[in-house]
Design a binder for this molecule. Sequence first.
Ligand code: 13P
Ligand code: SF4
Length: 351
Amino acid sequence: SDPDLVARAAAAKAALGSKVFVLGHHYQRDEVIQFADVTGDSFKLAREAAARPDAEYIVFCGVHFMAESADILTTDSQKVILPDLAAGCSMADMAVLGQVEAAWDVLTELGIAEETVPVTYMNSSADIKGFVGRHGGVVCTSSNAKRALDWAFEQGSKVLFLPDQHLGRNTAVLEMGYSLDDCVLYDPHKPNGGLTPEQLRDAKMILWRGHCSVHGRFTLDSVNDVRERVPGVNVLVHPECRHEVVTAADHVGSTEYIIKTIEAAPAGSAWAVGTELNLVRRLALAHPDKQIMFLDRAVCYCSTMNRIDLPHLVWALEELVAGRVVNQITVDPDTAGHARAALDQMLALPG
Ligand code: 13P
Ligand code: SF4
């Protein structure tokens, strides 16, 4: 990265001292991650944001829904900054509050809303988390989805899982013993989600039709292809991947789990990793004694994570030095209150 920008970022951080705390998601660019005070998956970063009440500014190098969650979990006087407002998430955009309310109305009319617990993946807007909090549900991340679903099935007999169908299906089927027939796919663009009343009544897991455009690109062919090319390779994927990919893989888990698994792997072992490319490249560089490769032949970054680049980070930090807060992310108090209930429920999950 540009040495001038590196020096400017370092100088701005030094000038701000303990007033600023920089959080970096594992999918961020190298040029940005070098300035993170803490790196993590979305669960770890939510906990870190909540644990830094002394930092006046939290600069969130990640995507919009993560910065919203940080704003909800921090104190009123703290300010959360997203260096580029265009850093959204296509999966989070697949569940819009009006659509989810319409789906809930369908369940209410069928008389099954009462027994349904809404669970939303962290990768959703504050509006959706607020909806879930209002209806007694919980937020989950890829590192605690099973625990969140265990909790939800203690509260009710059905779950409405938002917005990532794959995390919901993979967790229910591969970790909890539900069958594929226990899951239905609710399409918000079709009347009644494209489902019959019987299908909705019989389902245990009502999965929202959302997915991650990055992890959704890995296919069964990617797995078969790498197994052919590299005999003995271990396939390690994120649970946002399609069901058939996760089923065919050897290990599945959140980004934090992926990192720990690679760290614990013996020297000489070979790993094909199915997650965002910035992280896979860093893992490969950090473990030259292991053979670490990207699961697919095609290059696959998360384009919105990549929006946060060094120029944007430098700009946000230098503006803070000048006493100006740019790109602050705020959630309205009513939404934040309900979303906080669903986030606190997640943070209180046992284990
Ligand atoms: P985790 O950080 O929970 O592994 O989620 C991955 C992701 O897609 C973040 O956007
Ligand atoms: Fe969203 Fe997928 Fe990018 Fe994560 S990797 S921010 S889920 S599009």
